[in-house]
Write a protein that binds this ligand. Sequence first.
Ligand code: SAM
Length: 366
Amino acid sequence: MTDTATTSGPELPQRTRTVPSQIAASVLRFDPAETVQELLDSEMVLAALTVFAEFKVADHLAGGPLPLQDLAERCAVDPARLERILRILIPRGFVRRDPTDGLYHLELVGQTMRSGVPGSMRPAVLTRAFPLWVDAARMLPATVRTGRPAAVAEHGAPYDYLAERPEKRALFQEFMTARSTAIGQSLVEQDLSKVQHIVDVGGGRGTILAALLRDNPHCMGTLLERDDVVQAAEEFLGKAGLQDRCAFVAGDFFTGIPTEGDLYLLASILHNYDDERAHAILKQVHVAMAPTPQSVLWCVDWILPDNGMRHPALAADIKMLSLFPGGKERTRTAYRELLSGAGFTTAKIVPLTAGPSLIIAQPVRQ
Ligand SMILES: C[S@@+](CC[C@H](N)C(=O)[O-])C[C@H]1O[C@@H](n2cnc3c(N)ncnc32)[C@H](O)[C@@H]1O
């Protein structure tokens, strides 16, 4: 059965389409202004979520349900105001209020906001609230106008901003650890039986390197990081009991990369840079790589879709635009071209269950 939906208006040409009745009904109910209003309202949901994260509501409820008064006392906040914060998060699955006894229970989505649990989303929410991150979104129109991240001009470049604020840097690293744990779990599905030495370039705390070393006891590793981060990596791999299989190098991937590897890893690095700077990093990797047939480069980043559908890479791309001069996510074609320009052939692009893709490339030797 079909209905005929007709739209007309002064600015739009009259269009007549024949569509199935169910779709027609949902189209007729669709209010375009509501879509915009929902986006505007989501800002308040995010603000409430930041309060939820800051006051550690999920941690307080992790031991069991609590009445509002007790929960407010643990959060050291006024109960009436806390109730309003909880109310907007109830329909989103963070908490539930039992109508019989009024106790607040932590729900499935709220569980992800507990601190210190693997994959916790709390550091991601708190990082999003850093003044640089908030201003990056607020000042996006100026960034789009000039092509230069306006918030960076005010606060400094992200990694320098973090270096000057060790508490924020630790939170950012926790956020990256949560993301990179999932990436590490996806990467261990790859066969590393022929690899002997992994060099993790800009490896952060070393979450991915730790996963690869743990799963491949025959491999050694080297992690290159900025000098303000490398100690956190030593601690992280130390806690994982992997310190004897890993070397740590404080340095700059624009000026030199350790040479002993046969697998080089660039995870969430290239998207921070424009093509020229990304090319410069890739050239450094090319120079460092041993001229053996098994030498391989793994890049892990989002791949931009070209089908007009919703995709996490699209938001990641705007984040790069707002925070890093020239930073961007790339399409498959753009990665192939970037790699080819720096002397690599792209062997495979593998979508990872964690979301981003693994781009496997090999150096071309003349
Ligand atoms: C987005 S994080 C990715 C961390 C890690 N690869 C991961 O996926 O978990 C980017 C990392 O690059 C490091 N970094 C930035 N500029 C660098 C440079 N010039 N030399 C070495 N590391 C750098 C930062 O300190 C940060 O830890």
